[in-house]
Design a protein around this ligand. Structure first.
Ligand SMILES: [Fe+2]
Ligand SMILES: [Fe+2]
Length: 261
Protein backbone atom coordinates (compact mmCIF):
# COMPACT_ATOMS: atom_id res chain seq x y z
CA UNK A 1 0.00 0.00 0.00
CA UNK A 2 1.38 3.37 -1.05
CA UNK A 3 1.58 6.16 1.56
CA UNK A 4 -0.71 8.28 -0.59
CA UNK A 5 -3.33 5.49 -0.49
CA UNK A 6 -3.06 5.31 3.29
CA UNK A 7 -3.51 9.10 3.39
CA UNK A 8 -6.50 9.11 1.01
CA UNK A 9 -8.21 6.41 3.02
CA UNK A 10 -7.96 8.56 6.17
CA UNK A 11 -8.90 11.81 4.41
CA UNK A 12 -11.75 10.49 2.28
CA UNK A 13 -13.32 8.16 4.85
CA UNK A 14 -15.59 10.11 7.17
CA UNK A 15 -16.14 7.67 10.01
CA UNK A 16 -13.99 7.41 13.12
CA UNK A 17 -12.89 3.90 11.99
CA UNK A 18 -11.55 5.46 8.79
CA UNK A 19 -9.51 7.96 10.78
CA UNK A 20 -8.04 5.03 12.75
CA UNK A 21 -7.13 3.12 9.60
CA UNK A 22 -3.60 1.70 9.51
CA UNK A 23 -2.40 -1.57 7.95
CA UNK A 24 -1.90 -4.47 10.40
CA UNK A 25 1.51 -5.03 8.89
CA UNK A 26 3.32 -1.68 8.41
CA UNK A 27 5.76 -3.61 6.17
CA UNK A 28 3.19 -3.38 3.35
CA UNK A 29 3.65 0.40 3.18
CA UNK A 30 5.57 1.72 0.18
CA UNK A 31 6.48 5.20 -1.00
CA UNK A 32 7.17 4.59 -4.68
CA UNK A 33 4.22 6.24 -6.45
CA UNK A 34 3.77 9.59 -4.77
CA UNK A 35 1.46 11.29 -7.26
CA UNK A 36 0.95 15.03 -7.71
CA UNK A 37 0.88 17.49 -4.79
CA UNK A 38 -2.68 17.86 -3.52
CA UNK A 39 -3.83 21.23 -2.18
CA UNK A 40 -5.71 21.31 1.12
CA UNK A 41 -9.36 20.38 1.10
CA UNK A 42 -11.41 19.71 4.22
CA UNK A 43 -11.34 15.94 4.87
CA UNK A 44 -14.54 13.89 4.86
CA UNK A 45 -16.39 13.73 8.19
CA UNK A 46 -19.52 11.74 8.96
CA UNK A 47 -22.45 13.76 10.42
CA UNK A 48 -21.45 13.29 14.07
CA UNK A 49 -17.86 14.43 13.42
CA UNK A 50 -18.88 17.62 11.59
CA UNK A 51 -17.43 20.98 12.59
CA UNK A 52 -19.99 22.92 14.63
CA UNK A 53 -20.97 26.53 13.89
CA UNK A 54 -19.15 28.94 16.19
CA UNK A 55 -22.19 29.86 18.26
CA UNK A 56 -22.78 26.21 19.26
CA UNK A 57 -19.34 25.56 20.69
CA UNK A 58 -19.04 25.00 24.44
CA UNK A 59 -16.83 26.95 26.78
CA UNK A 60 -13.69 25.08 27.83
CA UNK A 61 -14.07 24.04 31.48
CA UNK A 62 -12.17 25.65 34.29
CA UNK A 63 -9.29 23.35 35.36
CA UNK A 64 -10.65 23.37 38.93
CA UNK A 65 -13.82 21.61 37.74
CA UNK A 66 -12.20 18.64 36.02
CA UNK A 67 -13.26 16.30 38.85
CA UNK A 68 -16.80 16.60 37.48
CA UNK A 69 -17.09 13.86 34.80
CA UNK A 70 -19.19 16.10 32.56
CA UNK A 71 -16.48 18.77 32.59
CA UNK A 72 -13.74 16.14 32.19
CA UNK A 73 -15.54 14.80 29.10
CA UNK A 74 -15.85 18.30 27.72
CA UNK A 75 -12.08 18.90 28.10
CA UNK A 76 -11.14 15.48 26.72
CA UNK A 77 -13.49 15.96 23.79
CA UNK A 78 -11.57 19.11 22.85
CA UNK A 79 -8.25 17.27 23.16
CA UNK A 80 -9.56 14.31 21.12
CA UNK A 81 -10.66 16.69 18.38
CA UNK A 82 -7.11 18.10 18.28
CA UNK A 83 -5.81 14.56 17.85
CA UNK A 84 -8.30 13.90 15.06
CA UNK A 85 -7.24 17.06 13.25
CA UNK A 86 -3.58 16.10 13.78
CA UNK A 87 -4.29 12.70 12.17
CA UNK A 88 -5.89 14.46 9.21
CA UNK A 89 -3.16 17.08 8.83
CA UNK A 90 -0.49 14.35 8.93
CA UNK A 91 -2.33 12.28 6.35
CA UNK A 92 -2.66 15.38 4.21
CA UNK A 93 1.11 16.08 4.52
CA UNK A 94 1.69 12.74 2.76
CA UNK A 95 -0.25 13.89 -0.30
CA UNK A 96 0.68 17.58 -0.06
CA UNK A 97 4.47 17.14 -0.21
CA UNK A 98 5.38 14.36 -2.64
CA UNK A 99 8.80 16.00 -3.09
CA UNK A 100 9.71 15.85 0.62
CA UNK A 101 12.64 13.58 1.57
CA UNK A 102 11.68 9.90 2.02
CA UNK A 103 12.89 10.09 5.61
CA UNK A 104 10.57 13.02 6.32
CA UNK A 105 7.61 11.10 4.89
CA UNK A 106 8.49 7.93 6.83
CA UNK A 107 8.72 9.99 10.02
CA UNK A 108 5.34 11.53 9.26
CA UNK A 109 3.81 8.05 9.12
CA UNK A 110 5.17 7.29 12.60
CA UNK A 111 3.69 10.54 13.92
CA UNK A 112 0.37 9.76 12.25
CA UNK A 113 0.31 6.35 13.95
CA UNK A 114 0.93 8.00 17.34
CA UNK A 115 -1.89 10.52 16.77
CA UNK A 116 -4.29 7.70 15.92
CA UNK A 117 -3.30 6.06 19.21
CA UNK A 118 -3.83 9.33 21.10
CA UNK A 119 -7.24 9.78 19.52
CA UNK A 120 -8.25 6.30 20.64
CA UNK A 121 -6.90 6.85 24.17
CA UNK A 122 -9.03 9.98 24.53
CA UNK A 123 -12.11 8.47 22.87
CA UNK A 124 -11.91 5.44 25.19
CA UNK A 125 -11.44 7.59 28.28
CA UNK A 126 -14.41 9.77 27.27
CA UNK A 127 -16.54 6.60 27.15
CA UNK A 128 -15.29 5.44 30.54
CA UNK A 129 -16.45 8.79 31.91
CA UNK A 130 -19.91 8.31 30.42
CA UNK A 131 -19.54 10.38 27.23
CA UNK A 132 -18.99 9.67 23.56
CA UNK A 133 -16.55 11.25 21.14
CA UNK A 134 -18.64 13.03 18.52
CA UNK A 135 -21.43 14.00 20.90
CA UNK A 136 -20.16 17.55 21.56
CA UNK A 137 -19.55 20.41 19.08
CA UNK A 138 -16.13 20.45 17.40
CA UNK A 139 -13.94 23.30 16.23
CA UNK A 140 -11.85 23.47 13.05
CA UNK A 141 -8.77 25.05 14.59
CA UNK A 142 -6.06 23.18 12.62
CA UNK A 143 -8.09 23.01 9.45
CA UNK A 144 -8.23 26.79 9.22
CA UNK A 145 -4.43 26.97 9.14
CA UNK A 146 -3.89 24.17 6.64
CA UNK A 147 -4.26 25.98 3.31
CA UNK A 148 -1.28 28.22 4.14
CA UNK A 149 1.05 25.31 4.86
CA UNK A 150 2.47 25.25 1.35
CA UNK A 151 5.85 23.68 2.23
CA UNK A 152 7.07 20.99 4.66
CA UNK A 153 8.94 23.79 6.48
CA UNK A 154 5.71 25.71 7.10
CA UNK A 155 3.99 22.48 8.10
CA UNK A 156 6.54 21.61 10.79
CA UNK A 157 6.56 25.22 12.06
CA UNK A 158 2.77 25.18 12.50
CA UNK A 159 2.14 21.61 13.63
CA UNK A 160 5.24 20.32 15.43
CA UNK A 161 6.74 23.59 16.55
CA UNK A 162 3.62 25.57 17.49
CA UNK A 163 0.64 23.32 18.29
CA UNK A 164 2.66 20.39 19.58
CA UNK A 165 5.26 22.53 21.29
CA UNK A 166 2.41 24.26 23.14
CA UNK A 167 1.35 20.84 24.33
CA UNK A 168 4.70 20.44 26.11
CA UNK A 169 3.19 22.89 28.61
CA UNK A 170 -0.54 22.18 28.23
CA UNK A 171 -0.36 18.37 28.69
CA UNK A 172 1.55 18.45 32.03
CA UNK A 173 -0.52 21.43 33.17
CA UNK A 174 -3.78 19.50 32.67
CA UNK A 175 -2.22 16.31 34.06
CA UNK A 176 -1.55 18.23 37.28
CA UNK A 177 -5.14 19.47 37.44
CA UNK A 178 -6.65 16.02 36.79
CA UNK A 179 -4.36 14.61 39.49
CA UNK A 180 -5.41 17.29 41.96
CA UNK A 181 -9.06 16.43 41.21
CA UNK A 182 -8.34 12.75 41.95
CA UNK A 183 -8.54 11.54 38.33
CA UNK A 184 -5.23 9.68 38.21
CA UNK A 185 -6.22 7.68 35.14
CA UNK A 186 -6.70 10.73 32.93
CA UNK A 187 -3.54 12.27 34.41
CA UNK A 188 -1.57 9.17 33.35
CA UNK A 189 -3.02 9.37 29.85
CA UNK A 190 -1.78 12.95 29.59
CA UNK A 191 1.66 11.84 30.84
CA UNK A 192 1.84 9.34 27.95
CA UNK A 193 0.85 12.00 25.44
CA UNK A 194 3.40 14.43 26.87
CA UNK A 195 6.23 11.91 26.34
CA UNK A 196 5.15 11.26 22.74
CA UNK A 197 4.85 14.97 22.12
CA UNK A 198 8.52 15.47 23.00
CA UNK A 199 9.33 13.14 20.09
CA UNK A 200 6.90 14.92 17.78
CA UNK A 201 8.38 18.31 18.58
CA UNK A 202 11.81 16.68 18.17
CA UNK A 203 10.82 15.66 14.64
CA UNK A 204 10.05 19.32 13.93
CA UNK A 205 13.35 20.50 15.42
CA UNK A 206 15.30 17.95 13.39
CA UNK A 207 13.72 19.13 10.13
CA UNK A 208 13.87 22.81 11.06
CA UNK A 209 17.65 22.37 11.34
CA UNK A 210 17.72 20.60 8.00
CA UNK A 211 15.50 23.00 6.03
CA UNK A 212 16.66 26.34 7.42
CA UNK A 213 19.22 28.70 5.92
CA UNK A 214 22.54 27.97 7.71
CA UNK A 215 22.92 31.69 8.44
CA UNK A 216 19.68 31.80 10.42
CA UNK A 217 19.18 30.86 14.04
CA UNK A 218 16.58 28.20 14.80
CA UNK A 219 14.30 30.83 16.27
CA UNK A 220 14.60 33.19 13.28
CA UNK A 221 13.83 30.36 10.86
CA UNK A 222 10.85 29.29 12.97
CA UNK A 223 9.32 32.77 13.18
CA UNK A 224 9.92 33.48 9.49
CA UNK A 225 7.95 30.38 8.47
CA UNK A 226 4.94 30.89 10.70
CA UNK A 227 1.61 31.28 8.91
CA UNK A 228 -1.91 32.44 9.64
CA UNK A 229 -3.12 31.79 13.17
CA UNK A 230 0.24 30.48 14.41
CA UNK A 231 1.68 33.28 16.49
CA UNK A 232 4.81 32.07 18.35
CA UNK A 233 3.05 32.72 21.70
CA UNK A 234 0.88 29.70 20.90
CA UNK A 235 3.99 27.51 21.18
CA UNK A 236 4.01 27.87 24.95
CA UNK A 237 1.53 27.49 27.77
CA UNK A 238 1.32 27.87 31.51
CA UNK A 239 4.54 26.80 33.26
CA UNK A 240 7.22 27.00 30.58
CA UNK A 241 8.94 23.57 30.47
CA UNK A 242 12.55 24.23 29.49
CA UNK A 243 13.63 20.63 30.09
CA UNK A 244 11.01 19.19 27.76
CA UNK A 245 12.25 21.60 25.09
CA UNK A 246 15.87 20.55 25.67
CA UNK A 247 14.80 16.94 25.29
CA UNK A 248 13.10 17.84 22.00
CA UNK A 249 16.42 19.23 20.72
CA UNK A 250 15.96 23.00 20.85
CA UNK A 251 19.09 25.00 21.58
CA UNK A 252 19.29 27.33 24.57
CA UNK A 253 18.90 30.47 22.46
CA UNK A 254 15.59 29.23 20.99
CA UNK A 255 14.33 28.29 24.47
CA UNK A 256 15.26 31.72 25.84
CA UNK A 257 13.84 33.63 22.83
CA UNK A 258 10.44 31.92 23.06
CA UNK A 259 10.33 32.48 26.83
CA UNK A 260 11.15 36.20 26.42
CA UNK A 261 8.47 37.05 23.85
FE1 LIG B 1 -1.22 13.69 19.80
FE1 LIG C 1 1.64 14.93 18.59
Amino acid sequence: MELRELARRILDGGRLEDKYFFPDDPGVLADEVRGPAMPWEPPARCPELQIAPRGERLKFPSPQNLGDPEMAVRALHTFANHELMAVELMAWALVAYPEAPAEFRAGMVRLLRDEQRHLRLYADRIEELGGRFGSLPMNDHFWRCAADLTTPMKWICAMNLTFEQGNLDHAPHFAEHFRTCGDEKTAELLDVIFEDEIHHVGFGVRWLKEFKDPEQSLFEAYVENLTFHNEPERARGEGYRRDARRRAGFDESFIAALADL
